[in-house]
Design a protein around this ligand. Sequence first.
Ligand SMILES: [Zn+2]
Length: 342
Amino acid sequence: MPFADITGHEQSISLLQASLRNGRLAHAYLFYGEARVGKLMTAVRLAQTLNCEQSSQTEAQDSCGHCRSCLQIAARTHPDYFVIEPDPKAATPQIKIEQVREIEQQFVYRPLVGERKICLIDDADRLTIGAANALLKTLEEPPGHSLFILITSRLHALPITIRSRCQALRFTTPARTQVEAALILKRELSPADARFLAVFADGRIGEALTANLADVRARQQECLTLVKPDSLRSSTTILSASENLAKTDRGEETLVWLTRWIRDLVIVIVDGDQDQILHYDQLADLRRYAQRADIDALLTLLNDIERTEQQSTRHLNVQMTLETTFLRLRDALGLVPAGASA
Ligand SMILES: [Zn+2]
């Protein structure tokens, strides 16, 4: 696949292509920015471009995506291409010194087919101190035929010594409209679904492209059912829903959905930026709620949910938090409990 397949990051890509064209590619790059915005994909495309067997593509400083070399890089079987990453199954995922040593030994030799040996280090902030020191030695005197691409979404967690040895490229979150366009093109989604997923993923294209739309829509529907006036008026519904959600481990997720729904409602009340509204297809309903809602109560509720989540992610009493949130939401929306005399 060519670079054009990547959503956003035009500046970083054109800088890389200009460097390729002028033979000025650095020996070490650091791609940093939020998770799942396209850093890894860009790194893979760069590796493919350096080795692509379609020479016409190579002149354009791009890759074809389907020659043997491009496929081998995608499958991580190319003889000059190495990927280091933390073991995702480990309790504390780390990149260990042995992994870096293995690369060092490989990089003593010249590349087997291409001009460069390429080492991609994903989640580079997970290097142990020993591994970082070992890598630093290599980065200080990189073999002429080497290319290191370090990737991180936690720049501050990477030793400054490593950072200073790399040419850093910042990857920003693509615009929502870009993500939407990519979803319509690549996933053939309807404009409404594309908009919904783009806002849901907060511009994280990787997330938007892989999220299971049916699942996300089901969660949305569940949240919308829970905030219906009939559900909120019934204390029995509130209590049993909170208990069930806490039991099935989906409580915290529901809390996130509730938070986003309340935020949408606040945006509607203050006539804010509709681009940020997740439940855009519920706009008519949101406007109806807005007429009777107490904005102060909603804002306080949002703050309190946020504070609860920050304070005690580990020992959060999900069931109780959900119950309280529903009850306070009921009040804030001006709904009278069923059975109570108005
Ligand atoms: Zn190719």
